[in-house]
Design a protein around this ligand. Structure first.
Ligand SMILES: CC(C)(COP(=O)(O)OP(=O)(O)OC[C@H]1O[C@@H](n2cnc3c(N)ncnc32)[C@H](O)[C@@H]1OP(=O)(O)O)[C@@H](O)C(=O)NCCC(=O)NCCS
Length: 378
């Protein structure tokens, strides 16, 4: 049946059937494969959650050990990829560097054996393992330093923080970062996931799937809001300035960064978990005046906009956590990509299992039967 009604942004149109994640925006519930996000944040690790999302069920301890071992031993990037990255301009955005590097992986592993489970497993492992290495390598190289080799004795998140700073991270900082990755791993049919599924549906290789999704995530309407939250908190500068700043935004009808969500009409459950993580970080490493400003903002925004269902979203507290971990602001979105590659790969596999190439229609609103005008007559 041909449906020709145009819906801007495809709002309300189901682009796929999926059993990967589910959001109940009225109740503030997010589930990965049916398990509540709160439970995963408390009990799981990022790699275990990745396994759950990609293979559909929690691994046994043997399966998890094997998966962790494989990821741990595929973290190094080829020297030719590293050399290619050295030629990137240091003023370039790390998301652009990541997109180019993810696409370059496809040059080295170009076989497209999509019916072979070993190929699928290799691609999943390689992408999960090398994306953090590429993000950290670009960060060091743009400062003029050599990249740091991954450390096989460190877990996934501890190794990433080590590669960024060349220092072994505090265990609490590493655990909190790992939970941040769990919280960002998957979120139903958002723009980058849709992009991944469209690319997957052409049966191209998974590196192209991830590269196209990274490109989509990079836009300010999708992955970039937590960078803007930090800028806004800096601009506000003090608790006393929160109310006048917000009143001015509301008067100008400007959107307040880190608040509101297309699906959630209550506080995003990930924001609640992130707020708790931020408090744990500040309790151990010293408080942060921007956190106090953020709490006051949440109070005033709820008072002013709670009736419209505007509450903090995932981006409101994540920037505070990353900033406290010493991560530069323009790496926030690449870190989102490190986590979300999990969701993209889960959707890639799901798309392949029942593939039909995406080929929507359009509503043509142009002209017909126009005569060609010779160039000298235009
Ligand atoms: C996320 C977002 C795009 C969702 O947009 P949406 O579902 O289209 O929501 P709407 O624009 O329909 O908002 C409904 C109402 O709430 C208001 N609103 C929504 N988000 C708001 C915000 N962050 N600040 C102030 N008002 C907001 C809208 O102005 C609108 O008011 P109106 O009914 O008087 O016109 C939007 O909330 C936003 O831009 N938030 C800030 C950016 C951000 O944090 N993005 C990260 C998302 S995870």
């Amino acid at each position: 049946m041909m449906v020709c009604e145009y819906q801007p942004g495809l709002e309300g149109i189901a682009a796929a059937q999926s059993s990967i994640s589910n959001v109940d925006g009225q109740k503030g519930i997010l589930e990965y494969r049916g398990i509540r996000i709160e439970e995963l944040a408390e009990k799981s690790t990022f790699l275990e959650t990745a396994y759950l999302l990609i293979w559909g069920q929690l691994p046994t301890s043997e399966e998890l050990k094997e998966f962790e071992h494989e990821v741990r031993h595929h973290r190094r990037i080829k020297y030719r990829i590293r050399d290619m990255m050295k030629c990137f301009p240091e003023s370039g955005h790390p998301m652009d560097a990541l997109q180019a590097s993810a696409a370059a992986l496809g040059l080295f592993y170009s076989r497209r054996d999509l019916h072979n489970p070993i190929y699928i497993r290799d691609a999943v492992v390689r992408l999960l393992a090398t994306i953090p290495t590429m993000v950290a390598a670009f960060q060091l190289m743009r400062k003029g330093n050599d990249p740091v080799r991954p450390r096989d004795d460190l877990d996934y998140s501890a190794n990433f923080l080590y590669m960024l700073s060349e220092k072994e991270p505090d265990p609490l900082a590493a655990r909190i970062f790992d939970v941040c990755l769990i919280l960002h791993a998957e979120h139903t049919m958002n723009a980058s996931t849709f992009s991944a599924r469209v690319t997957a549906s052409t049966l191209t290789d998974p590196y192209a799937v991830v590269a196209s999704a990274v490109g989509t995530l990079g836009g300010p309407l999708h992955g970039g809001a937590n960078e803007e939250v930090i800028q806004m908190l800096e601009e506000i500068g003090s608790i006393a300035n929160v109310r006048p700043y917000l009143e001015d935004c509301l008067q100008r009808k400007a959107k307040i960064m880190g608040f509101g969500h297309r699906v959630y009409k209550v506080k995003d459950p990930r924001a609640t978990i992130l707020q708790d993580l931020a408090q744990q970080l500040f309790a151990k490493f010293g408080s942060d005046k921007y956190y106090d400003i953020a709490v006051e903002m949440e109070r005033v925004v709820e008072e002013k906009l709670g009736h419209k269902g505007i509450y903090p979203n995932v981006d409101f507290y994540s920037g505070l956590v990353y900033a406290k971990l010493g991560i530069p602001t323009d790496l926030f979105t690449p870190i989102f990509a490190i986590a979300r590659v999990t969701g993209w790969l889960a959707h890639w596999k799901e798309q392949l299992a029942e593939n039909r190439i995406f080929r929507p229609t359009q509503v043509y609103n142009g002209l017909h039967e126009i005569a060609y005008t010779a160039i000298e007559e235009r």
